[in-house]
Design a protein around this ligand. Structure first.
Ligand SMILES: Cc1ncc(COP(=O)(O)O)c(C=O)c1O
Length: 374
């Protein structure tokens, strides 16, 4: 037994990828986004599981992430979506990864770094409204594509953009961005049919078939979390990450006695308190104080008292509910008929599900469950 551990269900990741591929069936390929250690799930196991589910590409953000995947034996196209320093360019190309360009200076640096006889694979990024990476000027983007087509050290592979509001159903900005993107990329695609047009993240993939184009880049949904912050069940997605700990101590707490830093919980009746050894030092955020439940033996109990670095405390009620030291505690995931979703924790914290799983710290070991890829 671990004091706290995250169990990653790789069958769920594979199933989520299959579900997303069915959505884009016959038209677009799928890139599984495994940046930030697979949104906290482990990049290598997530990439393997995604490939088992039919992912055609893997996408990351940092050059080192691509190297780690290659070192673990991940084959196939890897797209590095993020900005790269000059040093990172050679690391990225050394890993045989695709890079994204949006300035002439960067593209020339890529050309100068490309290994002899192996043209660097380049995607050109138009900023259609995210305002972050990419050029806002379609003429600059055109010139980059032309240069990547003509230079022997370069291979023009993709044309991309990224949506700012895909997760806001019914908003008018994503269609505007898509229109801007299509106005730029359609003539290029007509002239160079092999170019891969890609724009959609998970939300756009689920929301807008017109955004699927040649490739979708799905992150959050492959982990079974809902990009709209809703119940993933409704979208046919299976949460892949379960977080468990155990009951380390059970003790009586008389009416009037307090629990935890700042005495933020004072019992108003005699009750029984379980101490569970997980805290903000594990990524179980202090902001969850008084705002989260746990599951023990299929029953839901409230956390009470301040979340500390290494422990949380749970109110078992006056009869202690038969809970004993060593019982498993589920903080995220399913136990019997009860579930705690990353979306629930995100709502309690005023954040998004992405941050809940990315925020689990290295002190929490990740283990794999399920599947041929285990
Ligand atoms: C450029 C780009 N494409 C795709 C994704 C995947 O997004 P999501 O996790 O919402 O599917 C991200 C993640 O933030 C991204 O930065």
């Amino acid at each position: 037994m671990e004091r706290a551990q995250a169990t990653i269900d790789i069958d769920a990741i594979a199933a989520n990828v299959r579900r997303l591929r069915a959505t884009v069936a016959g038209k677009a390929a799928l890139a599984a986004v495994v940046k930030a250690d697979g949104y906290g799930h482990g990049a290598v196991r997530s990439a393997r599981a995604a490939q088992a589910g039919g992912a055609d590409w893997i996408a990351v953000v940092a050059a080192k992430e691509a190297v780690d995947l290659r070192d673990a034996g991940i084959t196939g196209p890897i797209l590095i979506m993020g900005a790269l320093t000059p040093d990172e360019i050679s690391v990225a190309l050394g890993a045989g990864a695709d890079v994204v360009a949006w300035t002439p200076e960067f593209l020339e640096a890529v050309a100068a770094t490309a290994p002899t006889g192996r043209p660097a694979r380049v995607h050109v990024k138009l900023d259609t409204g995210m305002g972050r990476l990419g050029t806002r000027d379609p003429r600059v983007a055109d010139a980059l594509v032309r240069r990547a087509i003509e230079a022997p050290e370069l291979q023009a592979v993709g044309l991309m953009t990224h949506f700012a509001t895909a997760d806001e159903r019914g908003d008018a900005f994503m269609p505007e961005q898509l229109e801007r993107f299509l106005a730029w990329c359609e003539p290029l695609k007509a002239a160079h049919p092999d170019l891969v047009r890609h724009a959609a993240n998970s939300a756009a993939t689920l929301r807008e078939p017109a955004a699927h184009l040649d490739l979708v880049r799905c992150g959050i949904a492959i982990y079974g979390m809902d990009p709209f912050g809703e119940d993933p069940d409704a979208a046919g997605l299976r949460p892949a990450l379960g977080l468990t700990s155990y009951v380390a101590a059970v003790k009586a707490c008389a009416a009037g006695q307090s629990v935890g830093y700042g005495r933020r919980f004072v019992a108003d009746q005699d009750t029984v308190i379980a101490t569970v050894p997980i805290g903000y030092g594990d990524g179980w955020r202090r902001g969850l104080t008084g705002a989260a439940d746990v599951l023990i033996a299929g029953r839901r109990f409230p956390q009470v008292g301040t979340v500390s670095m290494d422990n949380v405390t749970v109110d078992l009620g006056p009869d202690g509910a038969g809970v004993t030291v060593g019982d498993e505690v589920t903080l995220l995931g399913r136990d019997g008929d009860e579930r705690i979703l990353a979306e629930d924790l995100a709502a309690a914290l005023g954040t998004i599900n992405y941050e809940v799983t990315c925020g689990l710290l290295p002190r929490v070991p990740r283990v794999t469950s399920g599947g041929a890829a285990a």
